[in-house]
Design a protein around this ligand. Structure first.
Ligand code: AMP
Length: 193
């Protein structure tokens, strides 16, 4: 199964992607986690991405497209994957379509987690307080405002992009964690039936 999890920062994509990936025996592929690892390892990609990420802006499309293109070819993705935090722009979504086609892979669906901005801000402030080893560089008020603005301007258009293709499965991301997971499983199984 190959899925995209779409939603604003703090919507619970990471938490839910981890649970659903485990349930179906597929890989969770978070571009944010991959980029943070590259920053920590001071690779050329990491060095170039560090300040962009700390501000809450998006790293260039071609960088993340290349990361994902290589990653989904690895053997542990043979069963499928959940793209968590990718695509984030229409250009990334179009590039993804092209590369999946080239690889002979099809997408099974796009799960949209919808959450109001006020709840997102509360969740991210909570995550910043509770992250072991200190908050992420971008879990602060300024970067968060940028991340939400970037989401609305550049990522939210993907909702209609995928809805128009009949691939969107919307889920209420404001329920508790278990209830959201159950809703996701339900929309995926309904789509399969
Ligand atoms: P996340 O962990 O998904 O919230 O991502 C953290 C940060 O990594 C984002 O604010 C961006 O700076 C960068 N990032 C992650 N995924 C992407 C993507 N698909 N396109 C561009 N930048 C990304």
């Amino acid at each position: 199964m190959r899925l995209i999890f779409l939603g604003p920062p703090g919507a619970g994509k990471g938490t839910q992607a981890e649970r659903i990936a485990q349930r179906y025996g597929i890989q969770q592929l978070s571009t944010g986690n991959m980029l943070r690892a590259a920053v920590a390892a001071k690779t050329p990609v990491g060095l170039a991405a560090k300040d962009i990420m700390a501000r809450g802006d998006l790293v260039p499309d071609e960088v993340v497209v290349e990361i994902i293109s290589q990653r989904i070819d690895e053997p542990d993705c043979a069963n499928g994957f959940i793209l968590d935090g990718f695509p984030r722009t229409v250009a990334q979504a179009e590039a993804l379509e092209g590369l999946l086609e080239d690889k002979g892979m099809a997408l099974d669906g796009v799960v949209e987690l919808s959450v109001d901005d006020t709840i997102l801000i509360e969740r991210i402030e909570k995550r910043a307080r509770e992250t072991a080893g200190g908050p992420r560089a971008d879990d602060n008020a300024d970067a968060l405002k940028t991340r939400l603005d970037v989401y609305h301007a550049q990522t939210a258009p993907l909702i209609s992009f995928y809805r128009n293709k009949g691939q969107l499965r919307a889920v209420d991301g404001m329920a508790d964690i278990d209830a959201v997971s159950e809703q996701i499983v339900a929309v995926l199984e309904k789509a399969e039936a």
